[in-house]
Design a protein around this ligand. Structure first.
Ligand code: NDP
Ligand code: 8X3
Length: 253
């Protein structure tokens, strides 16, 4: 396998899917991970056909440590020479004050956004260490830079990603592995639909009256970061729609 390899988690929609398209266009071989098998298969076939690359779809849940580890460990050795890991799989569930929050939602967010990211990072960083190279991109959020009403646990998970991003950079420094956090504001994806558990009207309202970021905007930023020269690392990037100043202050018309 001669060309570079990227592993993208949460590739079945939104930012992860946009990254998969962009990396495919740039000629990367791709390992794409997500739970929705049909979407993953369709995307993988389309990218392989369109760009003449090889794609390995991995149907996996990042929360399931044992199964996830087994699936990743089982891939052929040649595929473990991962150059870029995009830790993107993540979600918000609910938007309630702390006294009314659903503890199952809290478990889901913590298990996915924090623990899942950690499981993948441990495995893949060990694959990168022998080559003394690699780049880990952690998708944080504006929610990891500030806290907003009812954001409590989601914000906590993204603050954890912010801390882990810094910690990884320190720990992986001796191995020449770059670590970058990309922290978006409002991006129109399936994020709000998932947060509001399928309530389409409520999800749509989030983006009404302003032009939000699109998944492609974030993929473009990730590509900028990944395509810097070997001696340059972008530590941390916060990207907002022009019409959004903070998580809660927007210029809606
Ligand atoms: P989407 O809901 O469109 O995509 C989320 C992706 O994560 C899906 O591919 C989903 O795949 C995957 N995923 C969720 N849970 C799991 C799991 N347990 N195991 C494996 N994959 C999982 O939302 P976005 O593209 O917007 O979200 C991507 C990242 O960006 C998230 O980390 C989110 O927190 C972050 N973010 C989003 C912002 C926004 O406004 N949209 C702003 C800031 C950050 P599947 O369901 O098939 O498993
Ligand atoms: C997603 C952005 O502001 O809804 O991370 O938390 S926000």
């Amino acid at each position: 396998m001669t060309s570079k390899i990227a592993l993208i988690t949460g590739a079945t929609s939104g930012i992860g899917e946009a990254c998969a398209n962009l990396f495919a266009r740039e000629g990367y071989q791709l390992i794409l991970l997500g739970r929705r098998a049909e979407r993953l298969e369709t995307l993988s076939t389309t990218l392989a056909t369109t760009y003449g690359i090889t794609v390995m779809p991995l149907v996996a849940d990042v929360r399931e440590k044992v199964a996830l580890t087994a699936i990743l460990e089982a891939i052929p050795e040649a595929w473990k020479k991962v150059d870029v890991l995009v830790n993107n799989a993540g979600l918000s569930q609910g938007l309630d004050p702390i006294d009314k929050g659903d503890t199952d939602d809290w478990d889901t967010m913590i298990d996915t956004n924090v623990k899942g990211l950690l499981y993948i990072t441990k495995l893949v960083s060990n694959w990168m260490i022998p080559s003394q190279s690699g780049h880990i991109i952690n998708i944080g959020s504006i929610a990891g830079k500030e806290v907003y009403p009812n954001g409590n646990v989601y914000c906590a998970t993204k603050h954890a990603v912010d801390a882990l991003n810094q910690g990884m950079r320190i720990d992986l420094l001796p191995h020449n592995i770059k670590v970058t956090a990309i922290n978006p504001g409002m991006v129109e994806t399936e994020f709000s639909l998932v947060r509001f558990k399928g309530d389409e009207d409520r999800a749509k309202k989030v983006y009404q009256g302003l032009t939000p970021l699109m998944a492609q905007d974030i993929a473009d930023a990730i590509w900028f970061v990944v395509s810097r020269p070997a001696h340059v690392n972008i530590n941390d990037m916060v990207i907002m729609p022009t019409a959004q100043a903070t998580a809660t202050i927007t210029n809606k018309k």
